[in-house]
Design a protein. Structure first.
Length: 244
């Protein structure tokens, strides 16, 4: 059995596998709600990251998909930022990227918030990433199964409106017993999305010394469209948190 075939077989999720992924995602959503309440001026990224880990233990899903990303302010411009001693300030961009596992099956979600009213540039970046998400999903909703086409739909929009260098990673990836599995949304990807695979859609824009925005949902690829497995709102209003 060649590797490609194994990847393809693994990508298509059974009902039970899908249930595990959805359960992991629902727990992550509860944790996100709890985390938002923990944000206050002066709290450190590391404190929030530890709170996230402890919350997953509390909800009975202690084995995370990957170490949580918690990034405040300028740190959100770093795609793989590791939580630090940085303290939260009013006006900061706040990025969370985390997931957990249920019976070895992973979840993955990113949400970006603003701690207090965002400025015009923050809003513009957020709405740009949101639009890229919507364009990619609209393409899948029309039955597009070529990963490269879906990636370029979002990428071309971001490139045209924000320059060629600010979206620095693939649009998304398969999720299963490992956090990154086949297929992949990448510019030159030749992957064809099989019905029944779970994918992330996660466009992002990153500006050094300013900050970044990434929005990530997990979706199930269906015969002619998709089902969004992520139940957290992502409109701009939901992204603005009260700063205190």
């Amino acid at each position: 059995m060649n590797t490609k075939l194994i990847h393809e077989v693994r990508a298509v999720k059974s009902k039970k596998e899908l249930e595990n992924i959805i359960k992991a995602q629902r727990i992550a959503e509860r944790v996100l709600e709890d985390v938002k309440k923990e944000l206050h001026i002066g709290v450190k990224e590391l404190e929030i990251a530890n709170f996230i880990k402890n919350s997953f233990v509390k909800y009975g899903a202690p084995i995370l998909s990957f170490p949580p990303i918690v990034a405040f302010g300028k740190n959100s411009a770093n795609i793989h930022h590791e939580p630090s001693e940085s303290k939260l300030k009013k006006g900061d961009t706040v990025m969370f990227d985390f997931g957990t596992t249920v019976n070895h099956y992973c979840s993955d979600m990113t949400r970006t918030f603003f701690f207090g009213e965002p400025n015009a540039k923050q809003k513009k970046i957020y709405l740009g990433v949101l639009k890229a998400t919507e364009l990619a999903m609209a393409k899948i909703a029309k039955g597009e199964k070529k990963a490269g086409v879906v990636d370029s739909t979002a990428r071309n929009f971001l490139k045209k409106n924000f320059g060629p260098k600010n979206f620095q990673h693939g649009l998304g990836h398969g999720v299963g017993t490992v956090i990154h599995e086949w297929p992949n949304f990448k510019p030159k990807s030749t992957d064809i999305l099989p019905v029944g695979c779970v994918m992330t859609i996660e466009p992002g824009l990153y500006f050094k010394n300013f900050g970044g925005v990434r929005i990530e949902d997990m979706i199930l690829i269906t015969k002619n469209s998709y089902t969004n497995l992520t139940k957290v709102p992502k409109d701009l209003k939901s992204a603005i948190l009260k700063a205190e």
